[in-house]
Design a protein. Sequence first.
Length: 417
Amino acid sequence: MAKQNIFVLLRTIKGPAFAGLLTVLFYFVISICGTDVKANELNKYFYLDTLLFLPKEFVDYDKILVKTHKDKIFLLYNEVVFKNDSNLIMLYDVLEQKFFPLLLPNNVISYFNVRDFDLNENNLFLLFYNGILYYQKKFENFEFNEIIKIHSVANNFGYIRLENDSLHLFEGPINLAQFDKLTTTMLSINTNDYSESVKEFIEPKNNYFLLFQPRKCFDYINQKFLVSEITQYKFYIYSFLKNRIDTIIRFPKDWVPLSSEDSNKIIVFKKSLNNNYVKNFIDFLRTFVLKISTIHKVYFLNDSTILVYWSKPPRNPKANFYDFQIDIFKLVQEQWIPIAQSLPNKCDEDEPISEIVIINNNFYVSGNKIYCIEPIPFNIKELPFSKMSYKKFKKKVEEYYSNNDIQLSLLIFKLRQ
């Protein structure tokens, strides 16, 4: 059962059935923690820096977007609420424990969904299907200013970065018409006069696997743009300041490539479709996605460190989940050097819960830290829970959820220096 489907059930079920579902939902499940796996290796490179409880209004992790600015952490809850005759979406300052209701103009309410957002001290930008909603900080709230329209290219963007006086947008949503593209687009908008500039980069091959979410094969930081292939282990780092392109290629021993035969089958099937049958294409691809290795996400942890989140086929062919691996690359004397390779996203049930680092597929990276949202109702950084084994802690969680509603927590992992 998919994790997001379980969350729908959590809102209505309590008691023993609820506790059973939490056993499946809880991210330290038997697929990644068990007596037959070696000790968690991720904690050699990352540690749990902070755990923060989220407000009770946040019940669905799929609707939460995370961004940071300086020392502040902001969450956007991607659900429109009607209050005081107004349509609103909620921004939350985690450290201050403060909500910012954001007024939505009436002409954007239909099918409204924020694809991504970014902010600084004075400005907030929400990327959505019809452009960018621009808010300005006035007194203690963000007030709606205007809608910034996109003119140069179609708005197929899924990610937004605010850098000084520029908004950088990167492609995200995908449809059948985009599968044969040769380039991917980065759009920059000047926040002073809304002038636009477009850059084109190599489009990842076999980009149709982006239909299986969440995936992210682009990232940007400090005038560097990262593009990842999907069915091969290859990355391109464009440095705008140095006017150079670096390429990273690795051949993990457990990497299972997409065969020429399967690739041809996909091409033939795709040609028989049109834009009205995306679901048919997804169903067809599903037979391949767990048979091969793919890149799921790439992030800059900082401008000289890259995190790669990839998968290989599960050890059990009947298993319906990915076997995730994590790599870290560091820029050393103008060369990208792997400092960690094929770190398994696994742990031992007897390890102390506070020392376990597991990074779920819905993680975010912002401000050099990794953010994961999980249904953890206790602070595992504090006694008595910090000394508990995973096995014992799991029982405590099951007991808690037999009588209580969902409690989401924000786990913040930091790279060891």
